[in-house]
Write a protein that binds this ligand. Structure first.
Ligand code: KIV
Length: 271
């Protein structure tokens, strides 16, 4: 059973969840399909993120640059059909919000029509105008700063961001910009703990960390990482299960039973 009964998972309720005001940390996990959404719901998390990390975790791509708006609509709709209690956040994929503001609003709207209550996008000051346009179209926006996987080539790989005084100040300026543009929360990924704490202390909106230490207003992990489905995970992940091992053993037992004639039994047949 979940430890904490979640608050009603609305955007305003999430927006007010600052730990310095006494709030319990927010819990977000990715889900890419109906079974994942049912697990997240039954576990009592606050938010499910239909992440563009569906690319790496489900679709077998090397990076998140390969998924399209159509892919994200497909997976957001699958999550929404499970009618989970947590707030559904749909990830805007690369190039769906970089070229034209009107197209960005239409792309975000397609995730909302697929069942998301909010969208997430990566980037700071350079995304302020598009965040404002989405918010003025009544589409709640979650920001995402630090190690932003859609910038993998620009960053030169998946590296911790915000190290050093200049990079730290730049990230703080980005955080101020996305908050001022109207984001209701912001993901901080792959940045030093101290920087995440300073951003969390400064912002009035909640920060949700992933590889950003324990001082954020909430945490997010990829479902397949925390369940031990993925063979290797980054340092910041805690694995709460070893599902790949369990699943392999189960399928191997089934294969063995079929080959030995143990499965199916008469009780597993129709008469
Ligand atoms: O797509 C994703 O899984 C994400 C999280 C890492 C925050 O953006």
């Amino acid at each position: 059973m979940p430890d904490v009964q979640p608050l009603p998972p609305t955007v305003p309720a999430v927006r007010s969840r600052k730990r310095r005001l006494g709030a319990v940390p927010l819990v977000m996990v990715t889900a890419y399909d109906a079974p994942g959404a049912r697990i997240a719901d039954a576990a009592g998390v606050d938010l499910v993120l239909v992440g563009d990390s569906v690319a790496n975790n489900v679709l077998g791509y090397e990076d998140t640059l390969q998924v399209t708006v159509a892919d994200m609509v497909h997976h957001t709709a699958a999550v929404a059909r499970a009618h989970p209690r947590p707030l559904i956040v749909g990830d805007l994929p690369w190039l769906s919000y970089h070229v034209d503001v009107a197209d960005s609003v239409r792309n975000a709207a397609s995730l909302i029509r697929a069942g998301a209550a909010a969208v997430k996008l990566e980037g700071g000051r350079s995304r302020a105008a598009v965040i404002e346009a989405l918010v003025s179209a009544e589409i709640p926006v979650m920001g995402h700063l630090g190690l932003t996987p859609q910038s993998v080539h620009a960053m030169g790989g998946y590296r911790v961001q915000g190290r050093g005084a200049d990079a730290g100040e730049a990230l703080k300026a980005d955080a101020r910009a996305v908050a001022a543009a109207g984001c209701f929360a912001v993901v901080l990924e792959g940045i030093p703990r101290q920087l995440a704490k300073e951003v969390t202390d400064e912002l009035d909106i909640p920060t949700i960390g992933i590889g950003a230490g324990p001082d954020c207003d909430g945490q997010v992990l990829v479902l397949h990482d925390l369940l031990g489905v993925n063979p290797s995970v980054p340092k910041f992940v805690r694995r709460y299960a070893e599902l790949a091992e369990l699943a392999t053993a189960a399928v191997a037992a089934y294969a063995s039973d079929v080959r030995s004639g143990e499965f199916p039994s008469d009780a597993e047949a129709y008469h």
